[in-house]
Design a protein. Structure first.
Lengths: 220, 220
DNA sequence: GGGACCTTACTGACCTGTCAGTAAGTTGTC
DNA sequence: GACAACTTACTGACAGGTCAGTAAGGTCCC
């Protein structure tokens, strides 16, 4: 599942900002954006600091000056991605209840316009399950958090109708996250064959309908 | 989606088999199994021929003698995995109609007992979307084939009830494949938090119910 | 049945390339 | 002049792949 915004601690600049500071912040952003692109296209393992550095126009040692190691850079990229999503979708907090699911479909629609970003997320999340991967804990926590958010929203939606068993709520949350992620991979491999937004909406609506006994309006 | 068996062309041995031939076949199998384990645990990129060779008890050059290159080894591993699934589930042809979906849930139950195999599939399929990945075409073809199989089965199931739009059949097929794959990643990251078989069944049933208007029995 | 001859299954040394990371020097801003 | 933001130059590890050589198996001829 690409992209559900999450608050990111970005300490606001206080007082005067020197030109040097501003340049440094800009460089870090440049590097993060480049890294996101390279990691997306090539994966974390194959994507090298040298490639990233070339995009930015510096040497790979310059990147290590800003981010201590490749692993740290990866974690920062993941954090940055969350924040960027938040801004792009122009929301400052996640919607609740049924609105959350409409938001997810909107996100899928947005994602269909940016394969690079989707790819970075899809590749990294799957890569993270390998032994000792630097992003493993990050993704574990992220999925756990997402499941809670989705479960809350599902409980909301169901409250007015039949209330399903708690285990079904949890399972349905996992299924929605899972189908979004799985569809992204199929879509990345064959964008002609899979309509990301349409299939995502169909899947989410199927889960919602089955949980509420069809008593809920379709999101789109 | 891990594992839907597919017929693999394994030419039957004709006439007498020399000891050398038998040993060679056995070695190839040893290597394939070891490679599957290493690629699963470490990914294709991180998993090295030297690691695989150590498991088998030969040198990495020995592996390259049997398989011309690391890329070729990967493709053979994928082929081998398909074949092994077929045998393990003891089916010689895929079931049709509603039975196919019951089969998918059974597969999920089996998969829950073998994280290594699931991991190899999940990691490799996601890795394959990166630029110039040696398994990209293989996975593209595999997903396309799966979508056709699932779409056929869905049409079967729906035939006795309402017949949905053709695009919804295709989307539903993608969703089922996607949710199985996506759930595997969540499960690999946190096997306590996700019940692979239960969530898979819930997802599949939700899609089936939504497509047929709830007029179909649940699979389990 | 014994030996010549070929093939297969390797090993071990080596080559080339690439990588992350480090240390020391340079430049420009505050 | 102090410090941040670099570059240049390098190291050490490790990767996949090549190649010559070796040991053993199998085949065929006498």
């Amino acid at each position: 599942m690409t992209d559900v915004g999450e608050s990111v601690s970005n300490p606001p600049p206080i007082g005067k900002v020197s030109m040097r500071q501003r340049r440094s912040v800009q460089r870090r952003l440049d590097i993060l954006r480049a890294a996101m692109g390279i990691f997306g296209r090539r994966g974390y393992q194959r994507g090298s600091l040298i490639e990233i550095a070339e995009v930015v126009g510096i040497t790979h040692a310059g990147i290590l000056h800003h981010f201590g190691s490749k692993d740290e850079l990866l974690i920062e990229v993941l954090r940055y991605r969350d924040q960027a999503d938040f801004e792009e979708l122009d929301v400052d907090h996640l919607p609740e209840g049924l609105d959350l699911f409409a938001h997810l479909v909107r996100t899928a629609r947005l994602n269909a316009t940016r394969p690079g970003i989707v790819q970075s997320y899809a590749v990294l999340s799957a890569e993270s399950v390998t032994d000792d991967h630097p992003a493993q804990e990050w993704f574990r926590a992220r999925f756990a958090g997402l499941r809670v958010i989705l479960a809350d929203a599902l409980r909301d939606v169901c409250a007015e109708h039949v209330v399903p068993a708690e285990e079904d709520i949890g399972a349905a949350a996992s299924v929605i996250i899972g189908l979004m992620d799985g569809l992204q991979i199929q879509w990345l491999l064959d964008q002609e064959a899979v309509d990301l937004a349409y299939t995502t909406a169909l899947g989410i609506n199927a889960v919602l309908a089955s949980l509420t006994g069809g008593a809920v309006a379709k999101v789109e």
